[in-house]
Design a binder for this molecule. Sequence first.
Ligand SMILES: Cc1cc2nc3c(=O)[nH]c(=O)nc-3n(C[C@H](O)[C@H](O)[C@H](O)COP(=O)(O)O)c2cc1C
Length: 156
Amino acid sequence: MKTLILYYSRSGHTAKIAQELADALEGDIEEIIDTKNRSGIIGWLRSGRDAMNKSLTLLKDPVNDPTEYDLIVIGTPNWAGHVSTPTRTYMHQNQAKFKEIAFFCTAGGDNFTGPFNEMKELNGKSPVATLGVRGKEIKDGIYESNLQEFIKALPM
Ligand SMILES: Cc1cc2nc3c(=O)[nH]c(=O)nc-3n(C[C@H](O)[C@H](O)[C@H](O)COP(=O)(O)O)c2cc1C
């Protein structure tokens, strides 16, 4: 099964999970790149506001064509209880090109419901699996069993 792991990451957590998934699934990996500056406190505030407003942004052109993949695994950080703006934009622009899809999300806390519900809505159908990873689990390196469970649920 040809798999593409797509992710947006502002500060590296979601990128780390994405890389581990790409290694385990032997899939292609692509970062969703925003043209908007989201660094520092101004960037943080702007990101929270954009997420709450469910705004879209201008992304750099994607590298891979999602129609060439059987499975898309797409990741986001939780921004104020929402899917991050760059992941929202990618899904909004490309959802018609997805076959099977799975979601992953990283968060400071343990609430993944908001982002996953929005991703489901953007996608128009349910994911085959979801993985939520908390910041503390990433810091302590204790998410391996959840990651393996997620991988087992994928149609490989
Ligand atoms: C603008 C903004 C809003 C956030 N809001 C939440 C939140 O509501 N709940 C939560 O658990 N974490 C929240 N976080 C923390 C991130 O979801 C968490 O640190 C995530 O792992 C960051 O992923 P990244 O390093 O891939 O960017 C927020 C982070 C940012 C930048």
